[in-house]
Design a protein around this ligand. Sequence first.
Ligand SMILES: [Zn+2]
Length: 391
Amino acid sequence: MDKLIRLALFGPALVLLSGLIAGTGSATEVRVTDTSCEVQGVTIEYDFPAAKVDGCYLNASGAIVIQTAPEDEPINPSPWYAFRISSAKPQQVNIAIEALGRGMARYNPKASNDLQSWRDIDHEKVNDIILFRLDVGPTPFYVAGQEIFANRDYIRWLDSVSKLSGGTLFNLGQSAQQRPLPALVKQAEDNTEWLVLIGRQHPPELTGAMALRAFVAEVFSGSALSKRFLARYNVLLAPNLNPDGVALGHWRHSTGGGDLNRDWFDRTQPETTAVHDYLQEIVKSGDKLVYGVDFHSTWRNVYYTIPADYLAKESNFSTEWLQRLAAAVPYDVEEKASTSPGRGIFKQYMADVYGIHSVTYEVGDETDRNEIAATAQAAAQVLMQYMLERS
Ligand SMILES: [Zn+2]
């Protein structure tokens, strides 16, 4: 039996026992299946893409504990959770999100009725557990660590980007579990220079995904700047590089058991290999990669770049771009330049294999959503402007 299911089935029994002593609950009150659990008349379902629950139980103080476990270890402590909740009888319930393994309370809970618009849930974080109270009734609603943007959302969105931009949709390849790696290429016949945009190596990093979408919208906006930019540059967009992890609600890794953003030199995974093969084709055709942007999320907004003096060519590319961004938005723009030789990070790969600068564009988990969009839009504008001024 799976270790987690065992935990879900037997772990709770011990807790329920103490619950019984305290006069709450009985052992028959928790029913766990592969896709749902029922605790005291509350139904918690995790049968949809990006859903993530690995166990439920009622604790001694009457809270429903929802567990999330990492896909493998060691792993970054970024516990993802997403479920749908309802109750035949309207009631107020206390929820505790508990991360198993090397977990900690990271993602603030949010609720949605339709997976489109989300609201923040008042909560507390105590000893790595996230606690909150919900009014539940017969109409199910969703609770998750961030807004959900799953594989089918990327397909729909890319379709709209393709219609707007005239770009071509294709699959770069397949993930380890044979999910497509969707991509779009916008190429003009005489263009030989490329901008590369990638995202979602790490499944829960939704704020990075939001920035990518706003950035891409600006690149293909049809503005005078966008038209001039696309008249000179080709664009490769691969926004969803870890569709297995996205579908399965992974904390960080691919189903190959590793961190894709540590795999760019070894390329043991089909996801990194697919991008590498495409970039190699570009270079072999005589075209040039000029810049890369790799979208992520972390605790704060920060742009991880390659130090200017690491590359002889266009050494100030990232710094110049980010200084222009800082002048364009009313927010702090923090550049942190570093190298990580041999660690298989995308920006290091771009520097060492292609001799170009690129950025790990990190967005804070809880950065205001309007700020994310406004900053990404400005970032795209000043980048296009800067790239048009290059000789
Ligand atoms: Zn990341």
